[in-house]
Design a protein around this ligand. Structure first.
Ligand code: FE2
Length: 189
């Protein structure tokens, strides 16, 4: 191989190493202390793991739903999935802009989330909705606590994410979901 050829050949022997460990903060000029950023990042990462889990539960149910309301639920689940996708990006980028490291990979999410794992198999629509609503409620309760904590530490941006994005989106989706569980609904079992 000539020197010119060698110069353009991709080097696939890159050594694996981390430039920032998970949990470490790279201090950025944002007027917040490293301690405050670290505390906010921990709360945001827990919310991120739970949000990714809920996002994926929506896709599972989108694929597996059956019954007389198939089309309605199939479409609603995907609308809610898309809104959760946006939340995931808002949370992850908030973590990064605070100098932290956002969780990303499925195995790390599975280890971190507090949302109960659903079975691999198919469940009735009413059970799908109940599971989703419980996951939402968990995220809502934790988002309210996190919003207060970051407000008290002076991290107004994270407070806005927890309230304006996470809380408001999840509250709205709970409403849409649970109206399907009234006695008159063909979904209710
Ligand atoms: Fe689809």
């Amino acid at each position: 191989m000539t020197a010119e050829q060698q110069a353009v050949k991709p080097n696939m022997q890159q050594p694996s190493h981390e430039t920032q460990k998970y949990g470490e903060i790279v201090k950025l000029p944002n007027g917040l202390s490293e301690k405050v950023c670290k505390e906010s990042v921990a709360l945001l990462n827990q919310c991120l793991a739970d949000t990714i889990t809920l996002r994926d539960m929506y896709k599972k149910h989108h694929w597996q739903v059956v019954g007389p309301t198939f089309n309605q639920l199939h479409l609603m689940y995907d609308q809610h999935f898309e809104a959760q996708v946006l939340l995931v990006d808002i949370l992850a980028e908030r973590i990064q802009l605070l100098g932290g490291i956002a969780l990303a990979m499925a195995a790390d999410i599975a280890e971190t989330t507090k949302i109960a794992r659903p079975p691999r198999g198919r469940e009735p629509a009413a059970v799908q909705i109940r599971r989703l609503a419980e996951a939402h409620e968990h995220i809502i309760v934790e988002a309210r606590k996190a919003a207060k904590a970051v407000d008290e530490s002076g991290d107004d941006g994270s407070n806005d994410v927890f309230v304006s994005n996470v809380l408001r989106t999840n509250e709205l989706q709970v409403w849409f979901l649970t109206e399907h569980l009234v006695a008159a609904s063909p979904v209710a079992s």
